[in-house]
Design a protein around this ligand. Sequence first.
Ligand SMILES: [Zn+2]
Length: 176
Amino acid sequence: MVETAEVIRQVLARGDGLDPWLSFPQRASCFGFGPNKSAIPIGALRLLWAAGWPWSQPCPSCRGTLHAISFGGLLSAGGAKSVCTGCARSFFQQIGGLGTMADLVRASPLMGTEFQPTGMTFGGATTSDGAALRSALGMAAPLPGAGKSEVFNCVVSAQGADSSQLNELQLSDGDK
Ligand SMILES: [Zn+2]
């Protein structure tokens, strides 16, 4: 996830110089934002990243910081996928089902702001290839299929995991 890590670094470095409604490239978030229930915008991610766990936390592999880029779930399994701005590795953290993730969102600083989620998809994802954001950052266009939904493959495979695995960080599929 070297490219994703670079997008996060740029979004953090550019501060308010970017349109906060540009969608971040991700394939697994169950929440929609704004009047069109669009994929998660960088303005929402910035607020979450500033709020600490589970949206940002120390990386278990290096001294960098994990930044959540997508989150959601199914009945009992779900959590957040995060990418480290230090080593660029990606992790999936099993936290709880979609209801638990919705509770965490409701307790987050998004509520009461323009970035409060306007939609939630059970078993699906609101994705973006981040083309407009990458263009604004002067990065190359996304690869074909980059916006394809992952539909929380990692979550489905985690179904039935015992509770001792709760909150354990696991390297995500597709960590390239
Ligand atoms: Zn790291």
